[in-house]
Write a protein of this length. Structure first.
Length: 354
């Protein structure tokens, strides 16, 4: 019997990674109803929108689910950096016939705060996960007081030890292969990050809490490999991007199914913080990683938004964040339940928790 699955009342120790911008509650519910742990990303949802999504989950399933938040610090506005970033993008605005005045400002993602804590208290999700560390102690205590099982991502052994020391009930070992934002929070040095199968054994040897393997796992064989290396559970994200219940855009879906999907890179162009996505035109021409002056996370999004909208309308992903891990071969245009069942064949040597 797998202790992680038993603790969370799951049939299988599989977590669908929360993926902001490409899913809402439909994917969460579909995965949870299959016996794995569906996740809902909250970072890009207003409090009202999040309340609506939580109400929909509660109306459609009684199964456990995971509610995910970002824990970054909101940066102060930096007009000089934002002006420099907009100036860099001006030739693209001219090419696409977009007025630079359409470029907005402000943050595209909100950190966990008072409103989010109140919603956790109101709805009591069984699992709450965090990215970029953990919230301040007072807010974390409010989450734990609901009885929620708390997860957070680590990209290094130092981060994993910090998370265990500061109250995480389990740690997600996010390997360098994973799609989307790096969960790093103690250091921005990308050279410190390891691949999943190198990071996982380090965390297992050092921690007393369960460790979840994430990054590059796209099929049952990958699930089995992670479990063989000692993972208590496995988290999969990219493979779900083509599922019927995902809200992945048409240009993103096309990119995941094309030859371009084999080339991913870490980039901070789209949000201001490194995240892995399929290399597209803007990443090739500007370079995937930019130093100062560049708006801090998540304020870089605003200047690219009008370009993304204009290009998307023409069927082009040249200016879109096409998030993807390094192993997109598990992406299948099928119902999420079918994909989850296929992934869970990697647990064939485990007795399912009923």
């Amino acid at each position: 019997m797998n202790a992680f699955a038993q603790r969370l009342s799951l049939r299988w120790p599989l977590i669908q990674a929360p993926m902001a911008g490409v899913q809402l509650h439909a994917l969460t519910v579909a995965v949870s109803d299959t016996g794995a742990l569906g996740s809902l990303p909250a970072a890009m949802l207003s409090p009202d929108a999040l309340r609506n999504e939580l109400q929909a989950i509660r109306a459609k399933t009684a199964k456990p689910f995971n509610l995910n938040f970002f824990c970054h610090e909101e940066p102060a506005p930096d007009p000089a950096a934002e002006a420099a970033w907009l100036a860099t993008l001006r030739p693209y605005y001219a090419e696409l016939g977009v007025d630079p005045a359409q470029a907005g400002s402000g943050a595209s993602r909100a950190p966990f705060g008072e409103a989010a804590a109140s919603l956790v208290e109101a709805f009591g999700p069984p699992v709450v996960s965090f990215h970029f560390g953990l919230p301040p102690p007072a807010l974390l205590q409010r989450v734990k007081a609901t009885g929620a099982f708390v997860l957070s991502s680590a990209t290094t052994l130092d981060e994993a030890r910090w998370l265990q020391q500061h109250g995480a009930d389990a740690v997600i070992a996010q390997g360098l292969e994973a799609g989307g934002h790096r969960g790093h929070f103690l250091s921005g040095d990308l050279s410190r990050q390891a691949g999943t199968m190198a990071l996982l054994p380090q965390l297992k040897a050092a921690l007393q809490v369960p460790v979840v393997a994430a990054g590059g796992i796209a099929d049952a064989a990958g699930v089995a490999a992670a479990m063989a290396l000692g993972a208590d559970a496995v988290q999969v994200g990219t493979a779900y991007l083509l599922c019927d219940e995902a809200t992945t855009s048409p240009v993103h879906r096309a990119a995941l199914q094309g030859e371009a999907a084999v080339h991913t890179a870490l980039t901070n162009l789209f949000t201001g913080r490194p995240a892995r996505g399929i290399v597209n035109r803007v990443m090739r021409e500007l370079g995937p990683l930019r130093g100062a002056p560049h708006p801090a996370f998540p304020r870089a999004t605003a200047a690219l938004a009008p370009l993304r909208a204009a290009a998307d309308a023409r069927g082009s992903g040249d200016f879109s964040p096409l998030w993807s891990g390094q192993n997109p071969r598990g992406c299948r245009a099928v119902p999420a339940a079918a994909l989850t069942q296929a992934l869970c064949r990697g647990f064939d040597n485990l007795e399912p928790h009923s």
